[in-house]
Write a protein that binds this ligand. Structure first.
Ligand SMILES: [Zn+2]
Length: 339
């Protein structure tokens, strides 16, 4: 059978294609499994791929992507290096530096970056944590559109916001390479485990974000007067011996107490003999937060290798600026609808 001739008969003359077809309108990128042993979001994402109506997308065009498929396949956070520290411009641009995750970062940008094959201008990066962070958002730096989106989600769901900034030791986060992007972080859940509550919280936060973007696209987003953030001050490691072995673990009175203020003298670590080591504010935290430091990511399993037993933050209320909503609206106005 000559399929070509049959096709020509049915279709008639081939339509002329424009030489430069219009590019895709930017979509919203939803990434799950940036860390391959965080299983809840990828489990949801597979479900949404099969049943798009299971996610209330508020009419936004989405690109649903597994961040690190190789690490996901082996149920490890990463294989060569942490994908969520690979998005440093100098690292991405250096052809002499390569690893599985760095190549994946370049690939994600080529496919779904703002100038990519299927461009996206907003990204939600879905993570889970072994820390008792509840359902929360992580914002990297103070880009107005990010702050607007975080404020809109906080107004809907009351989620706490961890503002990560000014930490030279932790850089190269995925969301920073898109014009607007947040991390949705939910815990506690063990690595490698799917739990219904964690999935539900993840979906609620994502749907709140998509609803906010839909309103922003219509120029109808109303933001609250203020955004409460927990501003990153620095991180504390466990006490260690000369060879780097931990001498103590998180004190049981501090375990699972993320977002609760810590005072000088409060129990912080416990050594194997049962001796309590109390909290002594590091210089920068004491100067910045006085006695009101608020720990987050307490005993996160993946941060042991980074020398982080917890991070300290200061709770601050930021006045919402008109520019925030304006920048988010300008970005959202260009977002596409589902095909
Ligand atoms: Zn993660």
């Amino acid at each position: 059978m000559n399929l070509g001739r049959i096709g020509l008969k049915i279709q008639g003359p081939l339509p002329l294609r424009p030489l430069n077809p219009l590019p895709h309108a930017p979509a919203v990128l939803v990434v799950a499994g940036t860390h391959g042993n965080e299983r809840n979001a990828p489990w949801l994402l597979r479900h949404w791929q099969q049943q798009p109506e299971a996610l209330a997308s508020a009419g936004m065009a989405l690109e649903l992507v597994i961040g690190n498929p190789a690490a996901y396949a082996s149920n490890q956070r990463y294989l060569d290096r942490d994908l969520n520290r690979c998005f440093q411009p100098a690292l991405l641009a250096d052809p002499s530096t390569t690893s599985l995750e760095l190549e994946r970062a370049r690939q994600l940008l080529a496919r779904h970056g703002p100038g990519g094959e299927r461009p996206c201008s907003v990204v939600f990066d879905l993570h889970s944590t072994t820390s008792a962070m509840g359902n929360c958002l992580v914002v990297y730096g103070r880009r107005p559109a990010d702050l607007a989106l975080a404020a809109a989600i906080q107004a809907r769901l009351g989620l706490p916001v961890y503002l990560h900034e000014a930490d030279a030791a932790q850089r190269g986060f995925l969301v920073e390479r898109w014009p607007c992007g947040l991390v949705i972080e939910v815990g506690p859940v063990p690595q490698g485990v799917v739990q219904a509550t964690i999935c539900r919280q993840t979906q609620l936060a994502l749907e709140a974000g998509l609803a906010a973007l839909a309103e922003a696209r219509l120029g109808q987003l109303r933001l609250p007067d203020s955004l409460t953030v927990h501003r990153h001050l620095g991180s504390l490691d466990l006490p260690r011996d000369g060879e780097g072995r931990p001498l103590a673990c998180i004190h049981p009175q501090r375990q699972h107490r993320d977002w609760r203020a810590i005072q000088p003298g409060d129990p912080l670590f416990l050594d194997p003999d049962g001796h309590c080591l109390t909290y002594v504010p590091p210089v920068q935290a004491a100067a910045a937060a006085g006695s009101d430091a608020v720990p987050v990511f307490i005993n996160e399993a993946a941060y042991g290798e980074k020398g982080i037993a917890l991070s300290l933050t200061q709770r601050e209320r930021l006045a919402v600026q008109p520019q925030w909503a304006q920048e988010l609206a300008a970005l959202a106005a260009g977002l596409g609808a589902p095909l």
